[in-house]
Ligand binder design. Structure first.
Ligand code: SF4
Length: 217
């Protein structure tokens, strides 16, 4: 959001500077029509700045009209949050379909492309090297990453092995080695930058709608 504000300010700055340069060019030309070289430099600079700001605005308008590409991902967990999301769909899906293209959501479709995502909603904990690699790939291909559910935010409850005592850890040692489990289950923020979070086990509906819809504007 902050970045968007800076970009808007920069576009306004370019447009104002461009207009100002054109006015100086007109003024110089009206004062002394024979000083064409200086007024031409100001006119050219002004035009370049105005063209740059126009290009940014056109690009912004194009992206504004496009549907947001959203992916829903499950790391290690019972997938309760994404199942609950399909419950929320009962009320919100028709409205969201006008703004959202669901490009990855294995509970409702089998297409598995992870590319150019505007928003990634991720549930579960990072418990294996595969989870870690998957999460890093999602992060690299997403503008916004949202941790969905308390597992993704805090590791609880799916990362309960973090609280095991020595005896319990010895009992699962072979299993951990066989599946290349990490020494500790990690929350998303322990591995990648997370932009927002939704608490709840499963997610709180009101909070989900409030957070998710921020990124559909
Ligand atoms: S937060 Fe709860 S419902 Fe969501 S994935 Fe974890 S255990 Fe399942």
């Amino acid at each position: 959001m902050e970045e968007k504000k800076h970009k808007n300010n920069f576009i306004i700055f370019l447009a104002i500077s461009g207009s100002f340069f054109l006015l100086i060019a007109l003024f110089l030309y009206s004062v002394d029509p024979f000083e064409n070289a200086i007024s031409a430099i100001f006119a050219a600079s002004g035009l370049i700045l105005l063209l740059l700001s126009a290009r940014w605005l056109i690009k912004r308008a194009y992206h504004h009209g496009k549907k947001k590409r959203v992916g829903v991902f499950s790391l290690t967990c019972d997938e309760g949050c994404s199942i609950y999301l399909t419950e929320i769909f009962n009320k919100k899906l028709l409205e969201w379909l006008e703004k959202v293209e669901w490009v990855y959501f294995l509970s409702i479709k089998d297409k598995t492309e992870i590319k150019d995502l505007d928003v990634a909603l991720i549930e579960g904990v990072v418990t294996s090297q595969k989870d870690k690699d998957d999460l890093e790939k999602i992060r690299a291909n997403s503008k916004v990453v949202i941790a969905m559910g308390t597992c993704a935010v805090t590791t609880v409850p799916s990362g309960q092995r973090n609280r095991f005592n020595a005896k319990q850890l010895a009992e699962i040692k072979d299993h951990m080695e066989e599946y290349h489990f990490l020494p500790k289950a990690l929350a998303l923020k322990d591995v990648v930058k997370v932009d927002d979070q939704i608490m709840g086990c499963p997610i709180d509906e009101k909070k989900f709608v409030e957070v998710f819809e921020k990124y559909l504007k």
